[in-house]
Design a protein around this ligand. Structure first.
Ligand SMILES: *Cc1c(COP(=O)(O)O)cnc(C)c1O
Length: 409
C-alpha cells in the first residue's frame, strides 16, 4: 500500500519558492517515518484518548428523524473534541511530529480562529512556543478566539496585507517559515497546501472516519450516505477517508452557498464556479477571476469561506466519487435551530451546512435508510453571530450593558 500521495489526479503538488523545497522534503521524510513507528502511533492514541476525549460519540438523532419523517439521521459528534472542533486531530498529529523533529517553535495561520485555538492549546499542553498569524479583519470579527489563544500563551500576529483575512495569513506564515524552518514547524490547518500537507492532514483526520465506521458496525447500521461540510476540506476528507476506495456509501460534501450565486456571495468551488489554478503552493480548484486573481468569498460561517479546496477533494469530485452540494446561510441557520430544538445539540455554523444537506437527504428517503452527518464542531464559538442572525432583540442591549460593565471596572 502506498503510504503517501503528493498528486491526486491533476491536483496537488508542491509549487513553492526554492527555499521551501528543503523543509518540505524534510517534513515528508519525518512524517513517513513517524507513521510507520509504533511509539509515535501509541503516543498519538494516548493523547487522542486523554486530551482530545476520543472516541467522540455517534448519536442516533431519533427526535430529528421522527420530526422529518424520512430516513434515519445519525450525527458524529466531533464537536465534543477538546477545543470544540475536529481541528485538534490534525494539530496533535503535527505537533507531536514537530517535537520528534526537534522543532520547538510552531507557527500556524488561522481564519476564524478555530485552528489557531487548537494549535495554541496543544502547544501549551506539549510545551511548544506558538505563533499564530491572523488577518486584522478576522481578529476584529473573532475576538473570543484571540482571547483564548493568548490565554494559552500563544502570540497572535495581526496581518495587515491584502484583504487582511485567511489567505494573507497563510502568505505571512509561509514567509516566516522560509526564514525560520531550522527551528520552526509550520502547522497548516487543512488538507491543502504544498505536499506533504494534504495527505498528512487527511491521515491525522481519518480517525473521524475510522471511528464512525466502527461505531456503525457496532450499532448494526448500514449507512447509505455520509455528509460533511467543506471549507479547505479536512473534516470531510478525514470522515470519508476509510470509504473512498469503496463504492458505498454516498459521500456528500457541502459547500457554503452563502447569499446565492455570483462572485463574492458564496464559497462554492466544486458545486459552482471553481477553476483550476495554483495558489498557496498547490494546484486545485479555486474561485478566480478572468485574470487568475483570487475572488472574494462569503459565508455566514467563518470556516467555510476559503477560496480554494483540498486537491484530493477536487480530484474525487471530478472523478464522481464525492458529490458536492451547497447550503445557503439561511439553510445553515435553520438547521442550527432545528437540531438545537430537537436534540439539544448546537452545531457550529460550518457543520450546520452539513446538517442542512443531511436533513434534505433524510426527507427524501424511506425510513429504512440511514445518513450520517459529521458535526465538525460545536456552536459555542458562534454565539455572537447566531444571536445577531437569529434576531435576539435583547442581544444588543446585553452587549451595551456588558461594555459598560467592562469600562466601569
Ligand atoms: C475550520 C472548520 C471547518 C472547515 O475546515 P475543513 O478543513 O473543511 O474541515 C469546518 N467546521 C469547523 C467546525 C471548523 O472549525
Amino acid at each position: 500500500m502506498k503510504v503517501y500521495n503528493d498528486f491526486f489526479g491533476p491536483y496537488g503538488g508542491r509549487y513553492v519558492a526554492e527555499v521551501l523545497h528543503g523543509p518540505l522534503a524534510e517534513l515528508e521524510e519525518a512524517y513517513k517515518a513517524a507513521i510507520a513507528d509504533n511509539s509515535f502511533r501509541e503516543e498519538l492514541d494516548r493523547i487522542r484518548r486523554e486530551y482530545i476525549g476520543r472516541p467522540t460519540p455517534l448519536l442516533y438523532a431519533e427526535n430529528a428523524t421522527a420530526r422529518i419523517g424520512g430516513g434515519r439521521i445519525y450525527i458524529k459528534l466531533e464537536g465534543l473534541a477538546n477545543t470544540g472542533a475536529h481541528k485538534v486531530n490534525n494539530v496533535v498529529g503535527q505537533a507531536l511530529l514537530a517535537r520528534r523533529m526537534g522543532k520547538r517553535r510552531i507557527i500556524a495561520e488561522t481564519g476564524a480562529g478555530q485552528h489557531g485555538l487548537a494549535a495554541a492549546a496543544v502547544c501549551a499542553r506539549l510545551g511548544l512556543e506558538c505563533v499564530v498569524y491572523m488577518g486584522e479583519v478576522d481578529i476584529d470579527r473573532q475576538r473570543p478566539n484571540v482571547f483564548w489563544m493568548e490565554l494559552f500563551g500563544a502570540t497572535v500576529v495581526p496581518v495587515g496585507s491584502g484583504s487582511r483575512t485567511l489567505k494573507d495569513a497563510v502568505n505571512e506564515a509561509l514567509r516566516d517559515w522560509a526564514s525560520s524552518f531550522t527551528s520552526t514547524h509550520y502547522l497548516l490547518g487543512s488538507a491543502l497546501g504544498p505536499s506533504p500537507y494534504p495527505d498528512m492532514v487527511r491521515e491525522f483526520q481519518s480517525v473521524i472516519g475510522r471511528e464512525t465506521r466502527q461505531q456503525l458496525e457496532e450499532a448494526g447500521v448500514n449507512a447509505e450516505a455520509l455528509v460533511a461540510c467543506v471549507g479547505g476540506g479536512s473534516n470531510s476528507i478525514g470522515f470519508f477517508s476509510p470509504f473512498i476506495e469503496e463504492t458505498t456509501p454516498r459521500l456528500v460534501g457541502v459547500e457554503a452557498g452563502g447569499r446565492g450565486r455570483g462572485a463574492g456571495n458564496h464559497a462554492s468551488r466544486l458545486s459552482g464556479e471553481g477553476r483550476p489554478g495554483i495558489v498557496h503552493g498547490y494546484k486545485s480548484l479555486f474561485l478566480l477571476d478572468d485574470d487568475g486573481q483570487v475572488l472574494p468569498t462569503h459565508s455566514v460561517s467563518a470556516g467555510l469561506d476559503y477560496p480554494g479546496v483540498g486537491p484530493q477533494l477536487a480530484a474525487l469530485g471530478e472523478a464522481g466519487r464525492i458529490e458536492f452540494l451547497t447550503a445557503t446561510d439561511s439553510e445553515a441557520l435553520a438547521a442550527l435551530k432545528f437540531f438545537a430544538a430537537t436534540e439539544g445539540i448546537v452545531f457550529a455554523l460550518e457543520s450546520a451546512h452539513a446538517g442542512a444537506a443531511g436533513m434534505k437527504i433524510a426527507r427524501s428517503w424511506p425510513k429504512d435508510r440511514s445518513v450520517v452527518i459529521n458535526m465538525s464542531g460545536r456552536g459555542d464559538k458562534d454565539l455572537f453571530i447566531a444571536a445577531r442572525e437569529l434576531g435576539a432583540a435583547n442581544w444588543a442591549e446585553f452587549l451595551k450593558a456588558e461594555a459598560a460593565r467592562c469600562e466601569s471596572r
